[in-house]
Write a protein that binds this ligand. Structure first.
Ligand code: ADP
Length: 156
């Protein structure tokens, strides 16, 4: 059975993340979505909120699970039995960091990273863009789910 792990901050999850989850779920027997909790990072949404919002976007996929993680992604990948790290790749800035992380993760444990190209209508969508627009009262309904829209409104 092929298991992939798709990790991120998901602060908040966007339709770009949902697109990678949907397409990843079609490629692997099991997809584990790992919501990161890095004590050095400041999040707009706490771990429980981010996990809940990601879970809501995975409902309907029987073989997709959501977990929280901290520490090294390769350790969580081993713990959940993932042979592959799944990442989304946007053209505007993702490549250098992803290349470095992908090689480091392979050095650490031999795990391979598989990239899915961002869909054309999602290439410029990021959690930071969503937070920036929402903080000024702008309309982000084309970038996020209804659940995330409600969460942003609740906490603004
Ligand atoms: P991180 O803190 O790891 O950057 P993110 O939640 O920003 O967490 O991103 C997690 C993953 O989702 C990364 O692989 C990122 O490239 C991918 N991703 C984020 N937004 C998009 C998008 N709009 N389209 C495709 N992939 C995306």
């Amino acid at each position: 059975m092929r298991t992939a792990i798709y990790a991120g901050s998901f602060d908040p999850p966007t339709l770009g993340h949902a697109d990678i989850i949907r397409r990843g779920a079609a490629l692997f027997d099991r997809l584990v979505v790992a919501v990161g909790n890095n004590p050095a990072k400041r999040y707009r949404f706490d771990l429980a909120e981010r996990t809940g919002l990601v879970q809501a976007s995975c409902d309907g996929f029987a073989h997709v699970e959501v977990v929280a993680f901290d520490g090294l992604l390769v350790d969580t990948a081993a713990a959940v039995g993932a042979q592959v790290i799944l990442r989304g790749l946007r053209p505007l800035g993702d490549f250098d960091l992803e290349f470095r992380n992908g090689l480091a993760n392979r050095d650490l444990t031999g795990i391979e990273t598989v990239f899915l190209l961002a869909s054309p209508d999602q290439v410029y969508v990021s959690s930071s863009l969503v937070k920036e627009i929402a903080s000024h009262g702008g309309d982000v309904s084309r970038y996020v789910s209804k659940d995330v829209l409600d969460a942003l409104r609740r906490t603004s």
